[in-house]
Design a protein around this ligand. Sequence first.
Ligand code: C2E
Ligand code: MG
Ligand code: MG
Ligand code: MG
Length: 280
Amino acid sequence: YRAKEHGNTFRLYDPSMDTKAYERMVLETDLRKALEREEFVLWYQPQINLATMRIKGVEALVRWNHPELGLVPPNKFIPLAEETGLIVPLGEWVLRTACQTNKRWQERGLQKLRMGVNLSMRQFRRDDLSDTVASVLAETGLDPADLELEITESMTMDLEQSLLTLQKLKGLGIQIGIDDFGTGYSSLSYLKKFPIDRLKIDRSFVSDIGADENDSAIVNTILLMAHSLHLKVTAEGVETEAQKEYLKSHGCDDAQGYLFSRPLPEGEIEQLLRAEQVGV
Ligand code: C2E
Ligand code: MG
Ligand code: MG
Ligand code: MG
């Protein structure tokens, strides 16, 4: 065995461990300290209103600035954070930071934006979620209407409990969106019962939009259903002009994807917003 020095801790390195298992062990150990070491950072991806082609909102996406591994994407550590419970304090940090940033942009004279924040299952199931959201709103002074919490269908399996949680959250005046819509296995009946505002079409369906009419069937169906339930729709993962045009002509409200912008650090978003203001 060889001990690998990292900060004040020593790890036993077992050469028989494969790289993946080793990486996971490193991440798991370091994750606990990452919050107090302020290694997390939020990037923001613009959401474009397809009717006006202007930035209507952004989604906050967390990254981990690891001292050795560099910028670690969320799919590498969010599941770990879920397992270990660290997602609760991390999620609260994400919420507070995103709300602070949105408020700061507004104070600097930039347009009012909707700030999307992802929630995890563990956060959604906590009794004190709405208290936490309420205190973050009070602390940051952000207009509740400018916050949109994103949950996924799989979190809402317990319909009764989810309804109660969502009602409490809606009572604060915030917006609720269903993320990755269409990929969960939940029944659709919740859509008319839940106090939600928006569906975000999963990018797997958006990437299907193509020459063949059948490829767009699911997107069309989601748009029709959402609008008849008076829900707004955001398309995720828009990468081509053809997808954008299709979505626009079929009445999709907003779109997010590499075609418009990748997620960007706070300062670069601010520049984008300023450029957009000058352009008007
Ligand atoms: P999500 O909430 O569905 O976020 C959208 C993801 O799609 C982001 O990946 C974004 O960078 C990516 N994306 C956006 N446009 C395109 C595109 O045109 N093409 C492709 N291929 N991808 C695109 P990211 O930032 O790696 O985040 C992955 C997931 O991690 C998120 O999916 C979300 O489920 C989770 N996540 C991110 N930040 C947080 C957070 O603060 N809390 C929690 N609980 N989960 C988070
Ligand atoms: Mg999301
Ligand atoms: Mg999504
Ligand atoms: Mg997702």
